[in-house]
Design a protein around this ligand. Structure first.
Ligand code: NI
Ligand code: MN
Length: 225
């Protein structure tokens, strides 16, 4: 499984030969100006919640790729009205897609669309494919529900928000990594704008002191699991 960081909350996954894009927010991210959304491949677009910094490029990329959208029922209904194809899920539900298994799990956050309309409840995803299991937390607070994850999954990687203010910060992300029993963390949702700027050196050091690995990728950089 190849994992690419496209900045902010946007992650690309290559699972076998299938491209899965999560929360595309590229054209509005000044730090991602070197990424051309016309070059982004997507067979599926997973959406954690309806906030603008997670859905901005959904429509454009879905129209250019014919990707199938996967999210909560309310977000999928919104996009189906615009003529896009979607697969609705809700919290606690699993589905086996051609690239692997997806579970839509709880996140503690909000989920309105940019116009204020209801975007369902926010979530995260657990994705199993190519023999690997990853957790993409979405925008969330630290929550006890994370303790449910290791009862059923042995994670190879967790992608956690670390920017604070709107989501968990560093200290809570370290606790989250205890809750989910995964010490290999890819940080996201930081440094995009003023409220979520972090000290990257200090963040890595704090994880390191707890025996954990915090990876922070350049925008466009990939890792292989
Ligand atoms: Ni959000
Ligand atoms: Mn966000």
């Amino acid at each position: 499984m190849k994992v690419t960081f496209y900045g902010h909350g946007c992650i690309g996954l290559q699972i076998d030969n299938i491209s899965v894009l999560v929360d595309p927010f590229i054209s509005g991210n000044s730090k991602a100006s070197h990424i051309n959304i016309e070059d982004i491949e997507a067979d599926y677009i997973l959406i954690t919640h309806a906030h603008q910094d997670h859905i901005l490029d959904v429509e454009t990329i879905a129209r250019q790729t014919n990707a199938i959208l996967v999210s909560n029922y309310e977000i999928i209904s919104h996009y189906e009205k615009l003529g896009l194809e979607g697969h609705p899920m809700n919290h606690g539900g699993n589905w086996t897609f051609e690239f692997g298994d997806v579970k839509y799990v709880n996140a503690v956050h909000t989920s309105s669309f940019p116009d204020g309309s209801y975007g369902g409840q926010p979530g995260g995803f657990i994705i199993k494919g190519e023999g690997k299991t990853i957790y993409i937390a979405g925008d969330t607070a630290l929550t006890m529900d994370m303790k449910l994850i290791p009862l059923q999954y042995k994670l190879d990687l967790a992608i956690l928000p670390i920017g604070d203010n709107f989501t968990m910060g560093i200290e809570d992300a370290i606790l989250a990594s205890d809750f989910i029993e995964c010490d290999k963390i890819l940080g996201y949702h930081y440094d995009t704008f003023g409220y979520i700027e972090i000290d990257q050196v200090l963040a890595r050091q704090k994880f390191f002191e707890k025996g954990k690995d915090l990876m922070l990728l350049d925008i466009g950089e990939s890792i292989e699991l």
